[in-house]
Design a protein around this ligand. Structure first.
Ligand SMILES: C[S@@+](CC[C@H](N)C(=O)[O-])C[C@H]1O[C@@H](n2cnc3c(N)ncnc32)[C@H](O)[C@@H]1O
Length: 135
């Protein structure tokens, strides 16, 4: 991972790649993650579904004090909304496509129920969660 941080520093010195999460982690420079687990892809047919662990960390970092509402105005099949629900944040999703909206109604509760002990507060858990060959 140190190599990854070096790469970012050298090649993307002005990009935003710092995320604030709960203590004791504070500012981190990247979120370790991996491929979306098969069990998540089995729930949603989104072609590039992001891992719930990753999304929960992102959502939590948006409201580090836990106050406010997560709004996703382009919800699609709602992986962001599912992550917000799992973290325990109030959320609102807007989607213009009826079929996607209906799929979201089905998938959000199922994605939210996964990993009940992970609420996005430990950035490195996302990396540990998915070792190679254990999808
Ligand atoms: C790339 S997806 C967003 C991914 C999603 N936020 C997630 O958590 O995975 C973009 C979505 O925005 C929807 N969309 C595009 N224009 C919109 C609009 N004006 N109002 C609501 N939804 C819109 C599209 O139908 C599409 O499902």
């Amino acid at each position: 991972m140190a190599d990854c941080f070096e790469w970012l520093r050298e090649r993307r010195p002005h990009s935003i790649h710092a995320v604030c999460t709960d203590p004791p982690y504070g500012l981190i420079e990247a979120i370790p993650s991996g491929r979306t687990p098969d069990r998540e892809e089995a729930i949603s047919d989104h072609p590039c579904l992001k891992p719930q662990h990753f999304m929960r960390i992102i959502v939590r970092s948006l409201l580090p004090l836990g106050k406010g509402v997560i709004l996703d105005p382009f919800m699609d099949r709602a992986s962001t909304i599912a992550a917000a629900e799992a973290v325990g944040y109030e959320s609102i999703g807007v989607e213009m496509d009826d079929a996607y909206f209906r799929q979201a109604e089905q998938t959000v509760p199922r994605l939210t129920r996964l990993y009940p002990n992970f609420v996005g507060d430990k950035p490195h858990a996302a990396w540990r969660f998915q070792p190679a060959g254990a999808r």
